[in-house]
Ligand binder design. Structure first.
Ligand code: ZN
Ligand code: ZN
Length: 280
């Protein structure tokens, strides 16, 4: 029931925003996706929820015109709010779906994610998260491993960066010349565990959505990796994009106080003898 409400809200509030000449953010409130490229070639990064496909198709028609399907669908990882429309759209456009090698079992029906953890946070989204789909989807032969050399098919000038922790095969996408980062769920700019925060999109830098994150130590290291890139624009899957000085400041804070800001109390390291909370 609550899942149906969330899907309904997501559909009713769908909107798009051109962030750069070649990146359009598709906002489904609960989650984002991106169109990347131009009329000569584009890809879809992540696919929203299972009822997001109509909006994605309409947005791509407006942006790239008729008879111009994408070269590929590229996934940050395989959680339900990122692969919701993947099967439908891959079939419609007849395109491959790329993901990190470690994520392939979760999109080819071989391995399910663990059930979400309702104790990860007091927020309503965390509390209802065990009802979120966690079983593998099956894209069959359309699921393809991202090239080992870091390149991304259909995204010239970009490279993928392995940022595990939220899931084993989570990746971000980075473009060096303008330091643009598509962050996936490596970190968020909204408190995704709280429905009120999600609905208001109240800005709040945080680690990956807590209820689905499996390895906090690794997730913290991935923030360090991202911080070293010094991105000038970050586009997370949950929350609004963040840029420039503000982004740098927030990434510093998130990295230095990762445990206090992001890690659920029951998953914090027991030997921490100081209170690692964010500065006020
Ligand atoms: Zn996720
Ligand atoms: Zn997500």
């Amino acid at each position: 029931m609550i899942n149906e409400i969330i899907k309904g809200i997501s559909k009713l509030t769908s909107s798009s925003q051109d962030l750069t000449p070649d990146i359009t953010l598709l906002k489904f409130t609960i989650v984002n996706a991106c169109l990347v490229g131009d009329k000569n070639g584009w890809v879809l990064v992540d696919t929203g929820l299972e009822n997001s496909s109509d909006f994605i198709v309409d947005a791509s028609l407006r942006r790239f015109g008729k008879d111009n399907p994408p070269k590929a669908i590229i996934l940050t990882h395989g959680h339900f709010d990122h692969v919701g429309s993947a099967i439908q759209l891959a079939e419609l456009w007849d395109v491959p779906v790329y993901a990190h090698q470690l994520e392939i079992p979760y999109i080819t029906g071989k391995r399910d994610y663990p059930l979400a953890d309702p104790d990860a946070d007091e927020g309503l989204v965390a509390k209802i998260s065990p009802s979120f789909p966690h079983r593998a989807i099956n894209l069959g032969y359309r699921a393809v491993t991202l090239p080992e050399d870091g390149s991304i098919p259909g995204m010239k000038g970009w490279r993928w960066i392995h940022t595990p922790g939220h899931t084993e095969g989570h990746v971000c996408f980075y473009r060096d010349p303008d330091r643009t980062l598509i962050a996936g769920d490596a970190f968020t700019t909204v408190k995704q565990e709280s429905l009120l925060s999600v609905l208001s999109q109240n800005e709040h830098i945080k680690g990956p959505p807590a209820y689905f994150t499996t390895d906090w130590d690794t997730a913290g290291k991935s923030i360090g990796k991202i911080r070293e890139l010094k991105p000038s624009l970050a586009i997370p899957s949950h929350g609004m994009p963040m840029q420039s000085e503000k982004l740098a400041r927030h990434l510093d804070m998130l990295f230095l106080h990762f445990e206090g800001i992001s890690v659920p109390e029951h998953s914090r390291s027991s030997n921490t003898f100081f209170n690692d909370s964010p500065p006020r």
